[in-house]
Design a protein around this ligand. Structure first.
Ligand code: ATP
Ligand code: MG
Length: 272
C-alpha cells in the first residue's frame, strides 16, 4: 500500500490572545493529519478546539509555530484568501447561508472564482446538492429548510471547490440526535467517496466515535490521539468527559486503555 501523504501539519503551534491577561488558547500543538483522514477534535469548552480549526484553515495567525498544508507553511502564503478558497471548505455550527439566496444559489457562491461557465456552475452546484440528498430542495430559501437540510446545504457549499480539506466546527450543534447522526454519516460517506480529509470539532461523544481518529484537547494541548475501535472506546470517551474522568485527567493521567484506566482509578481511590 502506498504511504499516505501528510496534508496538514502543525509544528509547535501556539496562540496567545490578549496581552494584559494573556490566554494561551494553543500551547505548542504538534499534529499530523494524512490524506483521507476522518478526525474528530474533542475536549472541554475553552480547550482550544475552534482556535486550532481556525488556524488550520488560515482564518487566524499563530503567535508562534506554524501550520503546513501540503508541505507549504501558511506563514509564507501571500494570498491566504485565494489559497484558502482553493484548499479548504468550512462548515460552521451557524451554517451562515445567505438568507435571500436559494439552496442552489448558496452553493454557487463559492464557485464565482472558478473559471467555469454560468451553466457549469449551476451544474456543479446541482450535482453537490444531489450528493447531500437535497435534489428536491434546490429552489428553497434557507428559512424554508429544516436545520439538518440547511447544514446539508452548508456541506455542499463547503465541497464546491473540491477542497482537499473540510473543516467543520460543531456542524451538528443545534440538531436533534437523529439528524446529527445523519450529518455525521454524510461526512463519513463524503470522506470515503470524495477522498476528502475531514476534521470535525464536536462535543458529541457519539459523533466523535463515528470518526476514524479522535484527538482530545485540554488547555490548548493535545492530551490524547486515539482510534475508536469498539464500544469500549466509546465508553472510555464518555468516561473521559464525565466528572470522574475529568478528575482523573486533572491528575495528569489520560487513560488510553483498560489497564491505564484501572491504574488511574486505583490511584484516584488511594488519594481520596
Ligand atoms: N478572539 C479571542 N480573544 C480572546 N480570547 C479568545 C479568543 N478566542 C478564543 N479565546 C480564548 O481562547 C481559549 C480557547 O477558545 P476556543 O474557542 O478555541 O475553545 P473551544 O475549545 O472551541 O471551546 P468551545 O467548546 O466552548 O467552543 C478560551 O479560553 C477562549 O476564551
Ligand atoms: Mg469552539
Amino acid at each position: 500500500m502506498p504511504e499516505s501523504t501528510i496534508v496538514v501539519e502543525t509544528r509547535q503551534l501556539t496562540k496567545v490572545f490578549g496581552s494584559v491577561e494573556p490566554v494561551r488558547a494553543l500551547d505548542g500543538v504538534d499534529l499530523t493529519i494524512h490524506s483521507g483522514d476522518l478526525v474528530a477534535i474533542v475536549g472541554p469548552s475553552g480547550s482550544g478546539k475552534s482556535t486550532l480549526l481556525n488556524m488550520l484553515g488560515g482564518l487566524d495567525d499563530p503567535s508562534s509555530g506554524e501550520v503546513l498544508i501540503d508541505g507549504v507553511s501558511l506563514n509564507s502564503v501571500r494570498d491566504i484568501d485565494s489559497f484558502r478558497s482553493k484548499t479548504v471548505g468550512f462548515v460552521f455550527q451557524m451554517h451562515n447561508l445567505i438568507p435571500t439566496l436559494t439552496a442552489l444559489e448558496n452553493v454557487i457562491v463559492p464557485l464565482h472564482e472558478a473559471s467555469m461557465s454560468k451553466s457549469a456552475r449551476r451544474g456543479r452546484a446541482n450535482e453537490l446538492l444531489v450528493l447531500v440528498g437535497l435534489e428536491h430542495r434546490l429552489k428553497s430559501l434557507p428559512s424554508q429548510l429544516s436545520g439538518g437540510e440547511r447544514q446539508r446545504v452548508a456541506i455542499a457549499r463547503a465541497l464546491a471547490n473540491d477542497p482537499k480539506i473540510v473543516l467543520a466546527d460543531e456542524p451538528t450543534g443545534n440538531l436533534d440526535s437523529k439528524t446529527t447522526t445523519d450529518i455525521m454519516e454524510l461526512m463519513s460517506e463524503l470522506n470515503q467517496t470524495q477522498d476528502t480529509t475531514i476534521i470535525v470539532v464536536t462535543h458529541n461523544v457519539y459523533c466523535a466515535s463515528m470518526m476514524r481518529r479522535v484527538v482530545t484537547m485540554r488547555d490548548g494541548t493535545i492530551v490524547s490521539d486515539t482510534v475508536p475501535q469498539d464500544g469500549f472506546d466509546r465508553d472510555l470517551m464518555e468516561f473521559r468527559q464525565s466528572s470522574l474522568g475529568q478528575a482523573i485527567m486533572e491528575g495528569g493521567q489520560v487513560p488510553d486503555s483498560m489497564a491505564d484506566l484501572e491504574q488511574s482509578l486505583k490511584d484516584l481511590l488511594r488519594e481520596s
